[in-house]
Each structure stands twice: as C-alpha cells, then as structure tokens.
Write a protein that binds this ligand. Structure first.
Ligand code: ATP
Length: 234
C-alpha cells in the first residue's frame, strides 16, 4: 500500500465563535483520488480550507509527508506542496489565459510545463491570449486546475469542480482528473455529485455536521444507495 501523503487527526476549526469542524480524520495516500461527500453546509469546503491554513483558528493535526502543518501559515503549506482550487475558481478578469496560468509561483519541481498543460488542455492553448472572463465555465475550471498543476504541488484539492457545468463538460473534467492521477498527482476532491465521484475516485469520506460519518471505497459505493441517501438526501 502506498504511503500516506496527507493525514488529518481530530482536525477542528472555528469561524469566529462558530465551531465549523468538530474533528475530521482523513487519510489520502500517494496517487489516490479521494472525495469528500456531504450535503450543503456539512463542512467539506471548511475541511479543505483548514488543511490549507485558511481558517484562523484550528486545532488537531494535519500531517503532509509526515510533517506537521497545523500551525503553519498558508504560504508555508503551499510551499510544502498542497494546492487548493476553490469553488469560485479565482480566474483574474484582467489577465489572459497564459498570464492566469503563470500566476501562482512554482513551489516544487515536478509540475507540468506549459507544453504539457497545452497537451492536456488543448482549449487553453487555443485561447492562450483570451481574457480569463471570456472563457466558458468549463474552460475557467480547466484553467483553475491547470494553474495548480504547474506549481509542482503534489496534493491537489479541488472544491466542487463540476458545479454548474453541463454534463458533457463534467465528463471532460472526469477525464482530466483521471489523467492527472495517471501522471502521479494525488487529488482530494469535494463533490456533491456522488455519481461523478464514483467515476473518478478510489475512496470516499462522507462528512456531516463537521465530522466524518462514513468511509466507503468505490465498490461499497455502488451498493450503498440507501446509506448515501441518508447522508446526502439524494
Ligand atoms: P457547501 O457545499 O454548501 O459549500 P460545505 O460542506 O462545503 O457546503 P462549509 O462551506 O464548509 O460546508 O460550511 C460548514 C459550516 O461552516 C456551515 O455551517 C457554514 O455556515 C459555516 N461557514 C462556512 N464558511 C463560513 C464563514 N466564512 N464564516 C462563518 N461560518 C462559515
């Protein structure tokens, strides 16, 4: 079995007085695609933000490649090799596709070159000089993913990359995630769409009320409609 890349233990987080995460225990091994499933407000985004050091008050443990990061600043966490692609994608309107791509600094060797990115995302090559906002939602999502692939981060955290996209684009994103995995990257994915999650991921954690309430592998997922219905209301 591959080594653990990320391991959280009793990860808790607060927004001011509001206690959002009550103890998240997850593990992601090198080369895996793992999803966090759960209904709106369950704490999926907060889990990614807490791992990335973007919530001020957090306790417990976040170990990445064995190194404790619970008290680290987000820039140190980024340099350690974790990247977050937020739900809102963060594409800059005033920059073109290439400028958006080049924006985040390279943190480690092993990231994709622009030529490799253009092979994986031919649309981004065609639209290299288009302003970020002239792209479709799907293209913006691809750009947001491509941008973190360039940085050399080893763990890519993607927050609902399929949200609001047409089924054909969702399929393309699925293809992209499988390609990324084949190239040795590790992905932690937040999803509401468990059918999509099943097509890309190896394992799934279900989060509810700021805690992990279940853990399934893909085979179990296929036989667990009732269990998922209970958690996700689907
Ligand atoms: P969604 O899919 O709706 O984003 P989620 O599972 O990602 O849901 P979170 O966004 O992590 O859930 O929210 C977890 C809890 O933290 C919710 O109760 C939410 O209201 C609260 N919360 C999230 N962001 C903030 C914030 N900036 N300030 C205060 N409370 C917040």
């Amino acid at each position: 079995m591959a080594d653990s890349l990320l391991k959280t233990a009793n990860l808790q987080a607060w927004y001011g007085e509001s206690h959002a995460l009550h103890g998240i225990d997850i593990e992601v091994r090198e080369g895996e695609v793992v999803t966090l499933l759960g209904r709106n407000g369950a704490g999926k985004t907060s889990t990614l933000r807490a791992i990335m050091g973007l919530i001020g008050r957090r306790t417990g443990s976040v170990r990445f490649e064995g190194k404790e990061l619970i008290n680290a600043r987000s820039d140190i966490i980024a340099r350690a090799g974790i990247a977050l692609c937020p739900e809102e994608r963060g594409i800059f309107a005033s920059l073109d596709v290439t400028e958006n791509l080049m924006l985040p600094p390279v943190v480690r060797p092993g990231g994709m070159s622009i030529a490799e990115i253009h092979t994986l995302f031919p649309n981004l090559k065609e639209r290299a000089r288009s302003p970020g906002t002239k792209l479709s939602g799907g293209e913006q999502q691809m750009l947001a993913i491509a941008r973190i692939l360039r940085t050399g981060a080893r763990l890519l955290m993607l927050d609902e990359p399929t949200e609001g996209l047409a089924p054909v684009i969702v399929q393309q994103i699925g293809h992209t995630i499988r390609e990324i995995k084949q190239r040795g990257f590790t992905v932690l994915l937040v999803e509401q769409n468990f059918r999509f999650a099943q097509t890309v991921a190896d394992r799934h954690y279900v989060i509810d009320h700021g805690q992990v309430v279940d853990h399934l592998d893909n085979a179990e997922m296929a036989n667990s409609a009732e269990r998922l219905h209970q958690y996700l209301g689907v």
